[in-house]
Each structure stands twice: as structure tokens, then as C-alpha cells.
Design a protein around this ligand. Sequence first.
Ligand code: DGL
Length: 257
Amino acid sequence: MIGVFDSGLGGLSVLDALVDALPQADFTYFADTAHIPYGNKTEAEIQQRVLAIGAQLTDQGCGLLVVACNTATVAAVQALREAHPEIPVVGIEPGIKPAARASKSGRIAVLATETTARSPRLASLVAEHAQGVEVLIEACPGWATHVEQLALDDPQLAADIAARVSPLIEQGVDQLVLGCTHYSFLSPALARLAANRAQLVDVAMAVAEQTRRLAGPLARGQGRLHLQSSARPEHLPAALPRLKLAHLLPRIVSSAA
Ligand code: DGL
């Protein structure tokens, strides 16, 4: 079984790519609904949650973990790898490298949670992969919470997205890096603002590809999906259609807290 987790619904965008890449694999998806959002927590708080979830999923027999959350990855993937040296741990980090490579204007932007935006790990990704490219980092407080509440069409959210993204486009940004897995579900609104001036960079497929390379025999299961959350277990399956992921519903064999 492959364990995938996030603070909430965001990692489902990664799960979708994982199921595409590994259609026969069995997955457990864990949403830490009782502790969302991670994006305004300290790295120490996030580490504590990530280690607890990692322990729970490995106790349940997961032989590979996917941290489907940028915030948890920057704060805690290293600690998680140290706690479970016997299994592969795949994280997700903002796609600075592909964005910097693809940029023609020499100016890219990263949209992320507050914790990710201020993390030393993001600064080192920029230093390593974006030499000669200007990287604007935009913290987007509240966006993940809106997605979590399935308030995707909320006018206040739309106004905040426009207020943050339009100035970036005006400044010549031609790559918008989705640095939080929840933001994949805001792609339609973001793509409208980007129009044909900027493209969205989402690394969910690259994460799925990396997982496929590491999966070994875990690639061969029965295509089952277990859903778990630390609160409101009914929220996950109910959210799937709203997130245009109804095709995952037939895979669900259990859904519990
Ligand atoms: N989905 C998470 C990420 O990729 C964070 C959302 C939250 O703030 O909990 O960063």
C-alpha cells in the first residue's frame, strides 16, 4: 500500500496523478482535517503532525509515503525520512526548476502558503534552480481554507486571487508556480487571470512519475483506495465530485476517521 497525505483535500490533486501513473496500486489517503491549515503553523508544529501521520501510515503497512503537501515537505520531509529510513518517502516542492527553465521573460512567481513562502528550503530551491531568473514569492493566506470548504467560487476568494495574481502578470511574470497542492483546484480561476501571458506550473505529475519509479512491487495491487481523516471523515468522499474527481469514487473500499 502507498500512503499519501496532506493537511486536507489539496493532496487529492496529487493522488489523482498517482492513480493515473499507478492504476493498479493500492493507496491510503490521509487528510489531517483536524489540523488544517498547515500554512500558518510553525515548522515544529508541522513536523510533529507529519511524524505522527507517518507512524500511523507505516503501522498500517504502507511501504512508501508521498507527502502531498508542499508545506509539510519543506517543514518535515527530512525528519520523516530519518524516522523511516527503510521505505521511500516522496515529497512535493514548488516547481521552481521547470518554471525557471521555461521562462522567457526571466521573471517567475511562486504562489504558496505563508509557511512555505518564508521557509529556508524555498530560498535554497530558488538559489539552486533559478539563477538569472527573478522569483517573486507570493504568500496566499486563506486560499487553502477556501478550497477545503469547497468555496471555490466564493467572490471574496476570486477578488483576493485577482488582487494577488494580476500585479504579478503586469510585472511580466510568465510562469505561475502552484506551490501548494490545494491551489491545483483553483487552476481555472488562475488560468483565466494568466490568460495567454503566463502558464501554470503544477508538479503533481512529476511527483507521480517519481513515485512510479520507486514503487517496485507496490505498483501491483488491486487499485483500491482507503480514505482516512483526523476529523470529519465524510468530508473526503463528499468532496470528490465537487473537485471533479468523481472517477476516484469506485476505487474507495473504506472511508474512516
Ligand atoms: N496543501 C498544502 C500545501 O501543499 C497546504 C495547505 C494548508 O495550509 O494546510 O502546501
